[in-house]
Ligand binder design. Structure first.
Ligand code: PEP
Length: 250
């Protein structure tokens, strides 16, 4: 059975004090949730402070991106070793804001994925189609290309550290969620593709998260779908009450 994973991406929100206070609230309501994983991705600058609040908690931390190199002349980047030394165990990679605003392409995202898994981080690898791509019926082609390129060179062994997040770009931060049927259809497609690239046992064990306007009032129906193993949450993860409801999905 795949263990549910609920991840909160705070993007470029919260200063260190705000992050500290928010994580303390979320840590309280995550206490005792032993049948699921909860991961928070605050801004990188707050990772270390926040990790101290979480010392006695099961809540895990992620960086919002990660470089492939251990160190060097990569101004503005954070290395896998730095992520780990700040107390995080995972990194979000290939988020649509990185792809669209910062022009990260599949090749760069693949390097980041390989770097993360090489250093033992959980890679939360994001893919998703734009509205234009969905309307022109190319969703599955786009997702297949993103997966094949993004996972190039990732071994079957390393797939143990991979999480795929399906985030339709048209649903991120827009309040428009994919319907449970649309999301399930894509998740089943991703799992079938992973079985083709690797093998069924691996595809069956990889967690596939849905992201795109997940809120307290839609999380239950999304999580009830057979191939939806969790959620990557943006806006609703910035409010302790709503994120607590989401991690306590029914
Ligand atoms: C995200 O940033 O990954 C995201 C899904 O945002 P939101 O939940 O706000 O749509």
């Amino acid at each position: 059975m795949r263990r549910p994973l609920l991840a909160g991406n705070w993007k470029m929100h919260t200063n260190i004090l705000e992050a500290y206070l928010l994580v303390a609230e979320i840590g309280k309501c995550a206490a005792g949730l032993n049948d699921r994983d909860v991961i928070l991705a605050p801004p990188n600058v707050a990772l270390n402070a926040v990790s101290r609040v979480l010392l006695d908690s099961d809540v895990l931390l992620a960086s919002q991106n990660v470089c492939w190199a251990e160190e060097g002349a990569f101004t503005g980047e954070i290395s896998p070793a730095m992520v780990k030394s700040a107390g995080a165990v995972a990194s979000i990679i290939g988020h649509s804001e990185r792809r669209q605003i910062f022009h990260e392409d599949d090749e760069m995202i693949n390097k980041r994925v390989l770097g993360a898994v090489e250093y033992g981080l959980i890679a939360i690898f994001c893919i998703g189609e734009t509205l234009e791509e969905r309307e022109s019926d190319t969703t599955f082609d786009i997702l297949e290309a993103q997966i094949r390129k993004g996972l190039a060179g990732v071994t079957a062994e390393a797939m143990k550290n991979m999480v795929v997040a399906y985030e339709p770009v048209w649903a991120i931060g827009t309040g428009k969620t994919a319907s449970k049927e649309q999301a399930q259809e894509v998740h089943a497609f991703i799992r079938k593709l992973l079985a083709e690239i690797y093998e069924k046992a691996i595809a069956d064990s990889v967690r596939i998260l849905y992201g795109g306007s997940v809120k307290p009032d839609n999380v239950d129906e999304l999580m009830a779908q057979p191939d939806i193993d969790g959620a990557l949450v943006g806006g609703a993860a910035l409010n302790a009450e709503s994120f607590c409801r989401i991690i306590n999905f029914n």
